[in-house]
Ligand binder design. Structure first.
Ligand SMILES: [Mg+2]
Length: 322
């Protein structure tokens, strides 16, 4: 029901929720993304066994890791999301050319980290001016999912086809793959449902819908440890951690201690759990180490995107900039 009738569900929930609640959850999703990215980056490419031997349980912002980060420093997951969000705000919609230009500018700034598929997609755009990669069976990485949060906010209240189209529009700049599209769309729907007050059980229905279409995403069997950047592996770890825990903190600690692509599992878990549990659920010992410029950009962009969303245009909910 939550899937097939998402728009009617959205409007129903919107009438029940206050605008302030939705706005706070949107900020929670953005701060959750950044905190998850920064916490996970320390243990990226480590195995759970290595994490236990070196750190014990990884639960505090320490920086370091293979990228030698400052305490609380975010990586490409957060900075690409902010670049995508800025392009949506300037263009007034999710626009492939505007997003590709923003990604190109982002790459010119020599980001601390960049995935192979992302680099290749941006390089091709610079050569051809075409903001869409050809479909490729092997481009099922998590790089389009990690940066997708702005699309969830910008299309909140839009019909399902519009969310799907906006998702593919930004994703295909670097990743044109139906499995990646399906996984990312599920994450967008989970974030949108959580913003509007859905329970964790209702989010689980959205994963059921994904698994009915793509059975590879089934996550109720073997525990996923050391998850790779393959979208299926990444989301299995995220879903297992989300549904096995009852708080933002415990979910994020669960997923990053699985190691592997931990900054991105942390980022994706963080955006869903931040929307579900809200910004006050994010431990201040993590938030206070975020770069203030990143923290402010997350807060400002969340509110600006929400203000321009179909939800705010269709209902009396106001999400003014503060
Ligand atoms: Mg990263």
């Amino acid at each position: 029901m939550l899937v097939s009738g998402l728009r009617s569900e959205v409007l129903f929930l919107a009438s029940a929720a206050t605008g302030d609640l939705v706005k706070r959850r949107a900020v929670g999703a953005y701060l959750g993304l950044a905190v998850g990215d920064a916490l996970g980056a320390t243990v990226e490419f480590m195995t759970p066994r290595e994490i236990r031997a070196d750190i014990g349980q990884h639960r505090d912002m320490t920086g370091g890791g293979w990228l030698k980060l400052r305490k609380g420093q975010v990586t490409d997951d957060t900075t690409m999301a902010l670049a995508l969000g800025d392009s949506i705000l300037v263009a007034g919609k999710v626009c492939a050319h505007a997003a590709a230009d923003a990604f190109s500018e982002w790459m010119r700034g020599k980001p601390v980290d960049i995935g192979h598929t992302v680099r290749r997609g941006i390089a091709l755009y610079r050569q051809t001016g075409k903001p869409e990669m050809p479909e490729n069976t092997f481009d099922a990485g998590n790089g389009s999912c990690m940066r997708a949060l702005p699309v969830a906010l910008a299309t909140l209240g839009a019909d399902e086809d519009a969310v799907d189209e906006a998702n593919r529009c930004q994703a295909h700049i670097t990743h044109n793959n139906p499995v990646s599209d399906a996984g990312t769309l599920c994450v967008l729907r989970m974030v949108q449902a959580a913003l509007l007050g859905a329970t964790k059980a209702e989010l689980r229905l959205l994963t059921d819908h994904l698994i009915a279409a793509e059975s590879a995403f089934r996550f109720d069997r073997r525990r996923t440890e050391n998850p790779s950047a393959y979208i299926v592996d990444t989301l299995r770890a995220v879903f297992q951690a989300l549904f096995a825990t009852d708080s933002f903190e415990s979910a994020l600690i669960d997923v990053v201690n699985r190691g592997g692509d931990a900054d991105t599992t942390g980022a994706i878990l963080g955006m869903i759990a931040g929307a579900l549990y809200g910004p006050t659920s994010i431990p201040t010992r993590w938030l206070r180490h975020l770069d203030p410029a990143i923290r402010d950009a997350c807060r400002d962009q969340a509110q600006a995107l929400l203000k321009g969303s179909p939800l705010c245009a269709a209902t009396p909910i106001q999400a003014p900039m503060q």
